[in-house]
Design a protein around this ligand. Sequence first.
Ligand code: CA
Length: 379
Amino acid sequence: MKVTRVTCHLLQSKVDRPFTSARGWLYTTRSSCVVEIETDAGITGWGECYGPAAVNKALIETQYAPRLIGRDPFDVEVVWEDLYNRIKDYGAQGFSITALSGIDIALWDIMGRATGLPIHKLIGGAYRKEIRAYATGLYFTDMDRLVEEAVEEALEYKAQGFRAIKMKIGLGDPKLDFRRVKAVRDAIGPEIALAVDANHCFTVPQAIRLGRMLEELDLLWFEEPVSPEDHAGYAQVTQALDLAVAGGENDFTRWGFREVIATKAMDIVQPDVCAAGGISEMRKIATLASAFGVECVPHAWGSAIGLAATVQFLAALPDQPPAFRPIPPMLEFEQTPNPLRDILAKEPITQQGGIVRVPEGPGLGIEVDREVLARFKVA
Ligand code: CA
């Protein structure tokens, strides 16, 4: 089988009620670079790249696609190494890897469709057929009702069946952050797991101070306390707090994660399958994490394609650690408005009682709805 064509679809949808995180930019649109790879066997695979879609599209079209034509999708890791080694002089991190991730996912999708097997069967098998999902939301929308809106949204997720929620922090005032998180914890009760995400807005002392305040609220983890390039800062925060520290959605490849994991700068690493290098590289990062006793709980923020790829990967991710009653890795199921996540697949991935079933169909286990693809395609 040979690759015959590589197409990048730039999809975009408007957000009706714009929201913001501690990074301060307002989300008014959601966009995705969706990669479609065709073969001479008539099999088509789909992938997705994390981050600004137009840049991913340009990178794939100018740098990767010409080298992909004629390659066998079953040589997925050979292709990965070839493309990476071609670009690493200029781009060992960032866009070159997010673009490569979309290609890698599409090649795994093709292998699954060619063999009739879901990706999780090709990467070791399912440790679980059902994955516990946590709802990501509780951004900052109404600046006059920051505490009230967080409580209302958290109670909505609880009513929808979620058993775990992740909320945003980083309002520029640790007392207000604490008050908002405590109000949510009090409202949802002790049975619902709760994590916080600062989107790297703190200095090390600020993160440690707020982390100590938050420790009494029984949180799952404190995500992205400090800037992603400050791995030493992460180590300081991780060592200072009893609360688990998570990060890594802005780290790339096994080499990017090597120092973080080997120094245990984070308790939990969160590589994103659409960013860190695709399914192939996620397996290597997870293996590295396992060897050093660091948990791996993937980050996910994308369309139905990225979500499906994350679910396939999670199905094949071992318990950390194995136990009589293990605590399996959870799916990040973000809940902000995004039709690209909700309707791009003909059988969308949904949750019931906080549980997502792993699709058993070939490849990613979803079929892309070409009508929806065309409706949101801007380039
Ligand atoms: Ca995050």
